[in-house]
Design a protein around this ligand. Structure first.
Ligand SMILES: *Cc1c(COP(=O)(O)O)cnc(C)c1O
Length: 390
């Protein structure tokens, strides 16, 4: 029994590659190519040296003493907020652009909601000399101007998307349409552990550097290489699967996810896909989706722009379904309070996304001897306006 991907690109009943006919060849080519490239010595050498010297890895594993005292366990923070560009997303963007180059692709496209994945991809493309087009909903462009400006300064073209609600899922649709039109030369860099097989596995492997580091850092600091609890927030699921990867099949470690409840998982203003969604197909994958009775995708809502995706990665759907992971729904106000608590207690301003998993701490039942690792997926600079309003 494993929680990793199976030979057909599924995690239990979730995952797969449900793509239109024109994209079959593209996904198939990627399925054939990705594993041997990612495992090759040349790729690993270049990727690892960029992670070390450009991103600034390993990211710190910090024992938060005051947080530990308050919640009654040894709590360690995995500091992805310290990475170049301020979050874990750069681990994935760099890896996918390197993969694209090795597949002979000459043009990069990406989608972005809040703009964080767009900035990470534009950064990787500037560094690695690739032309970059980022699809972004017009609504999101209006509310995420600083990231739009960053992408432009980095040399990317930001294409406004004007269909639907003009947010993330519409941007994904336009990116997929672009990919359909340019299957030969274009690589689509997906920003989370979602999309058709093999994307969830590509993203999981690239982000797995997080749990790989946790293993030796815990060994160094506590004398054993596994925690009792691993905790991460989940939008599409990339920082979470990166945090869990090397522990997925190790039952000694409890896995805890926080999804964005918005105004409450029992309201329509929510992004709590596991709590409020049902099985459907979105963006090429069978996953849990927020949808109405007719199967129309519902707009997700969260105060945190990085968590308001109406789906969630197939690996996480399976972890929830098999009760391997516990999934908590955290509301806007709980996340805001948790962000202020971490800031005042430890001097770390977390991203609003990361604040959702911090808000799960008071809901846990730890023993004093428990070792807990919680991933702070990003830093809060981008959320200052929201924090100040609060
Ligand atoms: C994008 C983002 C997330 C959510 O994405 P995942 O793929 O679920 O990790 C979480 N935290 C931060 C800081 C982000 O930028």
């Amino acid at each position: 029994m494993t929680y990793h991907i199976d030979q057909n690109g599924f995690y239990g009943e979730f995952g797969g590659a449900f793509v239109p006919e024109v994209l079959h060849a593209c996904t198939e080519q990627l399925q054939q190519a990705y594993a041997s490239i990612l495992e090759s010595q040349e790729f690993q050498h270049e990727y690892r040296s960029l992670l070390r010297n450009y991103v600034g890895r390993p990211s710190a594993l910090y024992e938060a003493k005051k947080l530990s005292a308050k919640y009654g366990a040894r709590i360690f923070l995995k500091r992805e907020d310290l990475n170049h560009t301020g979050a874990h997303k750069i681990n994935n963007a760099l890896g996918q652009v390197l993969l694209a180059k090795r597949m002979g692709k000459t043009r990069i496209i990406a989608e972005t909601g809040a703009g964080q994945h767009g900035v990470a991809t534009a950064t990787a493309c500037a560094l690695l000399d690739m032309p970059c087009v980022v699809y972004m909903g017009k609504t999101d462009i209006g509310r995420q101007m600083p990231n739009v400006e960053r992408m432009k300064m980095l040399g990317a073209e930001v294409r406004p998307v004007t269909c639907g609600n003009m947010t993330l899922k519409d941007a994904v649709n336009d990116a997929i349409r672009d990919w359909c039109c340019h299957p030969q030369d274009t690589f689509y860099v997906i920003g989370s552990a979602v999309g058709p097989h093999p994307y969830p596995d590509i993203v999981a492997r690239l982000q797995s550097v997080i749990s790989e580091e946790i293993k030796w850092q815990l060994q160094e600091q506590t004398g054993r290489d596994y925690p009792d609890y691993l905790m991460a927030c989940v939008g599409g699921g990339s920082n979470a699967i990166g945090t869990f990867y090397h522990y997925l099949d190790d039952q000694r470690t409890h896995l805890v996810l926080a999804e964005a409840g918005g105004l409450g998982s029992d309201t329509e203003q929510t992004a709590a896909t596991i709590h409020s969604g049902s099985v459907g197909i979105l963006h090429g994958s069978r996953i849990m989706v927020l949808q109405d009775a007719d199967g129309q995708i519902q707009e997700a809502y969260s105060i945190s722009a990085g968590l308001d995706y109406p789906g969630i990665g197939p690996v996480h759907c399976n972890l929830a379904k098999q009760h391997r992971a516990e999934v908590l729904s955290i509301n806007d106000d709980e996340a805001l309070n948790a962000a202020f608590e971490l800031t005042r207690m430890e001097g770390i301003i977390p991203a609003l996304e990361s604040a959702h998993i911090l808000a799960a701490l008071p809901k846990m039942h730890f023993k004093p001897s428990d070792i807990v690792v919680l991933t702070v997926s990003g830093r809060g600079d981008k959320d200052m306006a929201t924090y100040l309003k609060h």
